[in-house]
Design a protein around this ligand. Structure first.
Ligand code: NI
Length: 256
């Protein structure tokens, strides 16, 4: 069964049909979903979903674009939530330099704090990194993230950066971008990444694969991503599904 390692079913884009859509996933071959928190509010909702559905798990964390809401009190809340039995990771956390705000120092501070929370709680991390490759790799090295482990979600960098992340033991998250006309860089990264280090993800409602690019994404479209990986790797789609599911269970420490 397909393992969607990164989804946001808490998003308002799913308000109208969340229940019926989620109910349709198992029948469509989606065996597991991790709903990823990106703020205090969405982390709370991710945990609610994880308690409501057996096959949905949650990641607890605040996205770099939302770190202005982090206070010591809110950080304590994240710590409390990270002890929830349905929480399988700290994320999404990281650096996003696409916009000028929040300031880089603030992003770095809370990235390091959340990395250390993951270390304390012995949870892997789900990393969001955009236009910030060097600082991300530097911080991961300084914080000895090879001892924490996790995934660089929606990987958008070069083969050289991918190699540095793989050398630290990280997984590479691959989603709809691999089907895009301008997804050549990611296809090259997938080509050089060992199959046992690739994870499937949607980042839904964002980043729907072709032929649905620009539409609302969901785990139901992951077969298009599977198809593209199978072509690049020269293995069957069944193999891609089986291996990436094993990888996800290993990374999230799920002994199912
Ligand atoms: Ni995301």
């Amino acid at each position: 069964m397909i393992f969607d390692t990164h989804a946001h079913y808490d998003d308002p884009a799913f308000d109208e049909d969340r229940e019926s859509l989620i109910d349709s996933l198992l029948g469509a071959g989606i065996g597991h979903v991790v709903d990823i928190g990106a703020s205090i509010d969405t982390t709370r909702k991710a945990l609610e979903l994880a308690h409501k559905y057996d096959f949905i798990y949650a990641a607890v964390g605040v996205h770099p674009s939302e770190v202005e809401e982090l206070t010591e009190d809110n950080f304590e809340l994240l710590r409390e939530w990270s002890e929830d039995g349905r929480c399988v990771a700290i994320g999404e956390i990281g650096l996003d330099y696409h916009w000028p705000e929040p300031g880089r120092d603030l992003q770095k501070k809370w990235f390091r704090r959340q990395l250390n929370l993951a270390r304390e709680q012995q949870l892997p991390v789900v990393i969001h990194s955009r236009d910030a490759a060097k600082d991300t790799v530097d911080i991961l090295k300084e914080e000895h993230a090879e001892e924490i482990g996790g995934v660089i979600h929606c990987f958008s960098y070069t083969k050289e950066i991918a190699k540095e992340c793989l050398d630290m033991g990280f997984y590479i998250g691959v989603g709809g971008v691999i089907t895009f006309k301008n997804g050549k860089k990611l296809r090259e990264v997938v080509e050089m990444t060992p199959m046992d280090r690739i994870l499937l993800e949607t980042d839904c409602p964002y980043l729907a694969p072709e032929p649905y690019r620009g539409k609302r994404n969901s785990s139901l479209y992951l077969p298009y991503v599977v198809e593209e990986i199978s072509k690049i790797k020269g293995i069957s789609t069944e193999e891609v599904i089986r291996i990436t599911q094993d990888n996800a269970k290993t990374m999230y420490n799920m002994h199912l």
